[in-house]
Write a protein that binds this ligand. Structure first.
Ligand SMILES: NC(=O)c1ccc[n+]([C@@H]2O[C@H](COP(=O)([O-])OP(=O)(O)OC[C@H]3O[C@@H](n4cnc5c(N)ncnc54)[C@H](OP(=O)(O)O)[C@@H]3O)[C@@H](O)[C@H]2O)c1
Length: 304
């Protein structure tokens, strides 16, 4: 599909309906771009054409919320998003994140000094070729910063001050925060928080107290690892016997059951499941058609 062939907005209804993200209506089922680069989220995809097809199919099917980071593949996710979708649809909300980076061995490292936050924002602007990132998440790394490297003991208020400055300068449209504790989120609220991205799924409810703060403050809750991620050491929602049984009973896939539970659990939830497969993308978006009855919901609630 050439840029000329692309319409500016999808004609499809938004998968899962719409909800507010930073003042814009987005599809409740969006797309996370972390599975597009190569293995360990590093280097080019196994098949570039498939990666581009996943992104274009997402837009065709009504997705208008894409989550990315420049450090996914060291620029690979952003480059693919640009190659597949630029000029971007008018209604597309691109969300990125800063506060982390990769070292030469591809290990995930913090990058939280204000100068690093600013440099990473500029790198996102350049790689996505936009004047402004719609929403930028500040990626934290634990209750105390949790860092070994002393130059990464940056107090949260200094990081938030830089995020506010970036927003005032128009380089980012809104501030999100990620991997945040309840205490850190309360501390961050005065900066104006549009969304929270924490690890959370049917099998991992550790973020429930943070979700409660999102509810109270009408903040979008965007769980990452909604299916249990691609990392081998994290339990997979799709493997849980109760999920598999519920899927069988409903004529759905286990992934759809896990995602449908998240959508039903709280109306502030926006999904960004990650996939490198067009088929899985289509399945995930079709979650919108899966209805969990009260009995199934109670069974799934009890897992957590
Ligand atoms: N804020 C943060 O710090 C942070 C951290 C991590 C991730 N994120 C964001 O959150 C998004 C979601 O997290 P994630 O991608 O790490 O994990 P995830 O969505 O929980 O799971 C991705 C894994 O599930 C598989 N999968 C996807 N759809 C499937 C389906 N329908 N059936 C079976 N398997 C399926 C994928 O494999 P296939 O590729 O084979 O489909 C991949 O292995 C990321 O893409 C990223 O944008 C944010």
């Amino acid at each position: 599909m050439s840029p000329e062939d692309r319409s500016n907005t999808s004609t499809q209804p938004a998968p899962g309906g719409t909800a507010d993200l930073a003042g814009k209506p987005v599809s409740r089922i969006g797309f996370g771009a972390m599975q597009l680069p190569g293995p360990r989220v590093w280097g080019p995809p196994k098949d570039r054409e498939i990666a581009l097809a996943v992104l274009r199919r997402a837009i065709e099917l009504g997705v208008n919320h894409i989550d990315t980071a420049r450090f996914y593949g060291d620029g690979v996710s952003n480059e693919l998003i640009h190659a597949a979708l630029h000029p971007y649809p008018d209604d597309l909300v691109i969300v990125s994140k800063i506060g982390a980076d990769r070292d030469a061995q591809a290990a995930w490292i913090p990058a939280q000094r204000p100068d690093q936050l600013r440099a990473a924002t500029e790198a996102n602007l350049r790689s996505l070729q936009v004047d402004r990132i719609d929403v930028m998440n500040l990626r934290l790394h634990g209750p105390s910063g949790g860092e070994h490297d002393t130059d990464q003991h940056v107090d949260l208020d200094s990081q938030l001050a830089e995020m506010v400055a970036l927003r005032e300068e128009g380089k980012i449209g809104a501030i999100g925060i990620s991997t945040v504790t309840a205490e850190q989120l309360i501390q961050a609220l005065p900066a104006g928080i549009a969304c929270v991205q924490n690890a959370y799924s049917l099998l991992d409810r550790s973020g429930e107290s943070v979700l409660e703060i999102c509810r109270e403050n009408d903040i979008a809750w965007v769980p990452y690892f909604p299916l249990g991620s691609a990392f081998p050491d994290i339990p997979k929602v799709t493997d849980h016997p109760a999920v598999v049984e519920a899927a069988h009973g409903l004529g759905a896939t286990p992934a759809q059951v896990g995602l449908a539970w998240l959508l039903a659990h709280d109306p502030h939830t926006l999904l960004i499941p990650g996939t490198s497969s067009v088929q899985h993308l289509e399945d995930n978006l079709a979650t919108a058609d899966v209805h969990l009855d009260a009995e199934t919901m109670a069974t799934l609630d009890a897992i957590g």
